[in-house]
Design a binder for this molecule. Structure first.
Ligand code: NAP
Length: 288
């Protein structure tokens, strides 16, 4: 394994666009992945404000970047700007990965949902025939609902601040799934009674610690039998996960998903899957 970083005039550059992005662990994770592959690639973070998504694609073309990761608030707009997209990115209307294809076309993909499901399997959580509550219907939430559906879950209830967003996401889920407003407490109560797995996919709680902490759902809705997953990874141990752990639930934080979806991005860009353990240990080391 090549552990040296030697940047030269030949080095291929990829990066993440987002805002905020300075907290991002993606450079640490991706550069560990590239080292494990022994390729001459480097990954950096670009702070790109909302409304500037198209400019970032012009920059990619001008600077001959080899690809992009796309995070908040650009995923939905990116889906309208790429030359073509994978079938799931089209269905989701969300792109978290831009590939420069061999014909020069910019191709949009979404690796969030597959990244989460691969991570859940590594924690012994298999979603086939499960009833799942997904809280959030942004790019990540839609990608998760789509992946759950393709991997045979029984039913998804999507709860979102805006009901329209929840309705769109529930349309990606198996027949019998439904949408509810996050503010509708009786509907939320019914959903938590029905569901085995609860996945939090809003940006609530991101960057919040201590007295700043927020819970996406009332804590009395959580029961010991629930498996509780938080996509938020900054902080790693969110208020939701703390409460769920106190109630005896199995919990899964957002770091493993971040690593697995990054590995899938590298497979799209380079044709090879990097070493997951190398990426996970680089991320854990950066966090500690
Ligand atoms: P996004 O497309 O901007 O969607 C944001 C979501 O959060 C929407 O559902 C939005 O509801 C909801 N939301 C925002 N503020 C809210 C508030 N104050 N109250 C209630 N709901 C609120 O973002 P995204 O890409 O889906 O990312 C969502 C979260 O997942 C972020 O924290 C991100 O860091 C995390 N994430 C983690 C990973 C990972 O690998 N671990 C990967 C992707 C994303 P509306 O639709 O009503 O606006």
């Amino acid at each position: 394994m090549n552990t040296q970083v030697r940047i030269s005039a030949q080095t291929s550059v990829v990066g993440v666009i987002g805002d905020p992005v300075r907290h991002s662990l993606s450079p640490v994770i991706h550069n560990a992945g590239f080292r494990s592959l022994g390729v001459d690639w480097v990954y950096v973070a670009f702070e790109v404000a909302a409304g500037k998504t198209a400019d970032s694609l012009s920059a990619l073309r001008t600077l001959h970047l080899r690809g992009l990761s796309v995070t908040m608030p650009h995923k939905t707009e990116m889906a309208t700007l790429v030359d073509r997209s994978s079938p799931s990115a089209i269905a989701l209307r969300s792109v978290n990965t831009v590939e420069v294809a061999s014909d020069g076309a910019l191709v949009g993909h979404s690796t969030d949902g597959e990244g989460l499901l691969t991570n859940l399997r590594s924690h012994g959580v298999h979603t086939e025939n499960l009833s799942v509550l997904v809280i959030g219907a942004g790019g990540a939430g839609r990608s998760v609902v789509d992946a759950l559906s393709r991997h045979g879950c029984k039913q998804v209830v999507v709860a979102n601040r805006s009901l329209d967003g929840a309705v769109f996401a529930a349309g990606l889920a198996p027949v019998g799934s439904r949408a509810i407003a996050l503010s509708d407490e009786p509907a939320l109560w019914r959903a938590t009674q029905e569901c085995d797995l609860i996945i939090h996919a809003t940006s609530m709680g991101m960057g919040k610690t201590g007295s700043d902490s927020v819970l996406p759902i009332p804590l009395d809705l959580l029961q010991q039998r629930h498996i509780v997953v938080d996509l938020v990874y900054h902080p790693l141990h969110t208020a939701l996960l703390r409460v769920a752990e106190e109630k005896g639930c199995q919990i899964v934080n957002g770091l493993g998903m971040l690593v697995h979806q990054a590995a899938l991005q590298q497979e799209i860009w380079t044709g090879h899957l990097p070493d997951i353990q190398a990426m996970l240990s680089a991320a854990s080391q950066a966090l500690s």
